[in-house]
Design a protein around this ligand. Structure first.
Ligand code: AMP
Length: 383
């Protein structure tokens, strides 16, 4: 009997996990609240509410181990499930990363620098927080925010009313946090994996570009020095060990004046690690499965250099990507909708010059010059 992996959440991450585990002979059962979750196109899917114990019980009976493609599964549901079947990452890690305040407090405890932050529970508390941190700043929901949603940027003290108007109602439900706005030079992420036995591996550091709070492009390896990489990896490792974390996760970092500030941790495979499907010896998806199953972890060594381009809202034409020698196309099988992640492409090459050339061709063919330009600039700067 082959092993069945249960995945809570049936989006593109579950879909790519399923694809990665097929050669390992794995079977799956995905649970999602939506009937058209895209992993359900080729993986058995149970449509159900994560808070429904009967649905969770049926799910637990059908799987050998459970994991997530979605970090906002209620922590109590993860706890309930963990009493019936092994759940990785553990519910404590999931709960902590669901709350920006708890997460940042852990980073501080571990000596990891973060932007200034203050918990906000009222209009007066917001004013006091702005007085303390200064503007510009970002008001964020503590829970349930993703891809820049649930955020309001305050340019000056005059924006306090507008910020409260936009998010104040959520202070009593999901909580709010005010963060200092970081004028970073670059955004980086460490995608790493920790096994059931504590073995820790990481992929090369990735540089990321966001547009309107949503990831637009990722470049691996990031063009940073070894000392910065070592520091970023040490932070990721410290977090994973303190949470007894099992599986893949990403630590998002801002780099300002050569210093790293931690933004947040995603307790799952991450968009900034999608390039690893073609660009690394073992992808983040396969290593996540190996980790939760207690199998030996695969090498995270890169195969050349890689750039991932996200397709948001709708897919462009595939042919210009497919024409590239190192071009790889990923269509998540979703319908078009503004702001929705519907697919990505990875370009892989053996040198920075080749990768820059490939990006240039694709950018021109798809009229996406603005999306590829910052990546080409980094590649040209150090090729
Ligand atoms: P988040 O949902 O916290 O990952 O935020 C999404 C994106 O918004 C980040 O990747 C940054 O590009 C930007 N952002 C978030 N927080 C800050 C901050 N404190 N300072 C500057 N930019 C930020």
């Amino acid at each position: 009997m082959s092993t069945t992996i249960g995945i809570l959440g049936g989006g593109q991450l579950a879909r790519m996990l399923a694809l990665a585990g097929a050669p390992l002979g794995l079977r799956y059962r995905v649970m999602d609240s939506s009937t058209d979750a895209c992993a359900g196109q080729f993986v058995p899917m149970q449509v159900g509410d994560y808070r429904d114990e009967a649905a969770l019980a049926a799910f637990a009976d059908a799987v050998d181990v459970a994991t997530f493609d979605f970090e906002n599964v209620p922590a109590e549901s993860a706890e309930w499930l963990a009493q019936r079947v092994p759940v990785f990452p553990n519910p404590r890690a999931l709960a902590l990363t669901q709350d920006r305040l708890a997460e940042k407090s852990l980073f501080v405890e571990l000596g990891i620098p973060v932007p200034p932050f203050v918990d906000v529970d009222s209009r007066d508390a917001l004013q006091a927080a702005v007085d303390r941190i200064g503007a510009p700043a970002i008001l964020k929901t503590r829970r349930l925010g993703y891809d820049g949603k649930g955020q309001f940027r305050l340019r000056s003290n005059d924006d306090v009313d507008a910020a409260w108007e936009a998010l104040g109602a959520q202070a009593s439900t999901v909580g709010l946090i005010l963060e200092g706005f970081v004028r970073f030079e670059r955004e980086l992420s460490v995608v790493a994996v920790r096994g059931r036995d504590g073995e820790f591996r990481h992929w090369p550091l990735t540089e990321n570009w966001h547009v309107d709070g949503v990831l637009s492009a990722s470049l691996a390896p990031a063009h940073v020095d070894d000392a910065l990489t070592a520091k970023a990896v040490a932070h990721a490792r410290a977090i994973a060990e303190s949470l007894d974390y099992v599986g893949v996760f990403a630590l998002e970092l801002f780099c300002r004046n050569g210093e790293l500030l931690a933004n947040e941790m995603a307790p799952r495979v991450h968009n900034s690690g999608h390039w690893s499907i073609e660009g690394a010896e073992t992808s983040q998806f396969e290593n996540h499965l190996r980790a939760v199953l207690g199998l030996p972890l695969g090498s995270t060594r890169m195969v050349g250099q890689a750039c991932m381009l996200n397709w948001i809202g709708e897919l462009p034409e595939a042919a210009p990507i497919l024409r590239e020698a190192g071009g790889h196309w990923h269509d998540y099988g979703k319908s078009s909708r503004p702001g929705r992640k519907v697919g990505h492409a990875t370009l892989r090459a053996d040198s920075t010059a080749e990768l820059a050339e490939s990006l240039h061709c694709v950018g021109e063919a798809l009229s996406r010059e603005a999306q590829v330009a910052p990546v080409i600039q980094v590649l040209k700067g150090s090729s």
